[in-house]
Design a protein around this ligand. Structure first.
Ligand code: ADP
Ligand code: MG
Length: 316
């Protein structure tokens, strides 16, 4: 965010320094992000009154550069730059319309052991393949919040693809996040690594576990959603700037209401759901099989794919 934009928020009529601070904390870092919000959402997310929110939005609308219209061919050209990353499984790739897309967040959610971390590891390897081989010829950043990154697993997967394991490991930049605040800082710091290396994939495994553990009980929900919202927008921005794929993992809710049906409710509520471009629900099946269901996509039908997790990694 430029200083100009930051100062711009403070200069909005009716927005004092305290409100400006709350808005920034909640992820409203540009005038445009304020101009396009609804008063209700902003009041919830930034923990301010709806009247103040409405005033800030009205003021931002007057001064924000809301952008112009562009023709379809310009949009098409930008979409042509979108890369697709192979998951190792043809079935999963075609479920995704070719693979994990860059400039988008793909969310994997499912219960413990459903294969989320395995897919993340696999993509950390395949992203290094050439474009012809289904990769993006790039490095990867992993923000590991559950201490489940295993270099030994990377070695197995690299060898299965006839890649040099040492070289593959040297293009994986891993950081452990010790709490949600640290996790958010690491996401910001990721840009420094990406300015030096050709990073084409950013993984956050898991996106929600720290948030879930730290914000417990009534009254913490709004705060948690604010922080998650800010974090996810930082990730999206990273994806846009570096034309990178973003893969995040998420747990399923174990709230009592989940027991009455399929426990397919992901943690993080509508914030995570609305910011993810692709949402996939994973569940275990017999043998090493996993079923991946595409839940939400702007341009693909809801459908399922069966994948295998074995020593070599993710396969059909
Ligand atoms: P989560 O969804 O909790 O992140 P994981 O992705 O860690 O789950 O999946 C763990 C599962 O992956 C294990 O239970 C096992 O079935 C499978 N798995 C992990 N490593 C291997 C391996 N080397 N060979 C075969 N299967 C493996
Ligand atoms: Mg995991």
């Amino acid at each position: 965010m430029s200083e100009e934009e930051e100062n711009g928020i403070e200069k909005l009529p009716g927005v004092g320094p305290a409100t400006a601070e709350k808005l920034k904390e909640a992820g409203y870092t540009t005038l445009l992000s304020i101009a396009v919000e609804s008063p209700r959402n902003m009041a919830d997310l930034a923990d301010i009154g709806e009247t103040i929110a409405a005033k800030a939005i009205a003021a931002a609308k007057k001064v924000a550069d809301v952008g112009g219209f562009e023709t379809g061919d310009v949009v098409m050209k930008r979409r042509e730059e979108i890369g697709k990353l192979t998951s190792g499984s043809k079935a999963l790739n075609s479920l995704l319309g070719g693979g994990f897309e860059t400039q988008a967040i793909s969310e994997l959610f499912g219960e413990f052991g459903s294969g989320k971390t395995q897919i993340a590891h696999q993509c950390a390897v395949t992203v290094q393949l050439s474009v012809e081989e289904g990769g993006l010829d790039g490095d990867v950043i992993i923000i590991d919040t559950e201490n489940t990154f295993r270099p030994e697993r990377i070695v197995q997967m690299a060898e299965a693809l006839d890649m040099d394991p040492k070289k593959v490991l040297s293009r994986i930049h891993v950081a452990r996040a010790f709490n949600s605040h640290h996790q958010m800082l690491l996401a910001e710091k990721a840009r420094e690594i990406a300015d030096e290396h050709n990073v084409r994939l950013l993984i956050v495994d898991s996106l929600t576990s720290h948030f879930r553990a730290e914000y417990v009980g009534r009254g913490t929900l709004a705060d948690r959603q604010q922080k998650l919202n800010k974090h996810m927008h930082e990730l999206l921005r990273f994806g846009d700037i570096y034309n990178a794929a973003i893969i995040v993992t998420n747990q399923v809710s174990t709230k009592p209401d989940a027991f009455f049906g399929d426990p397919t409710r992901a943690i993080g509520g509508h914030i995570v759901g609305h910011t993810s471009t692709f949402r996939m629900y994973l569940r275990k099946s017999k043998g090493g099989k996993r079923i991946v269901r595409l839940i939400d996509s702007p341009n693909l039908p809801e459908a399922e794919a069966v994948i295998m997790v074995d020593e070599c990694g993710i396969r059909d």
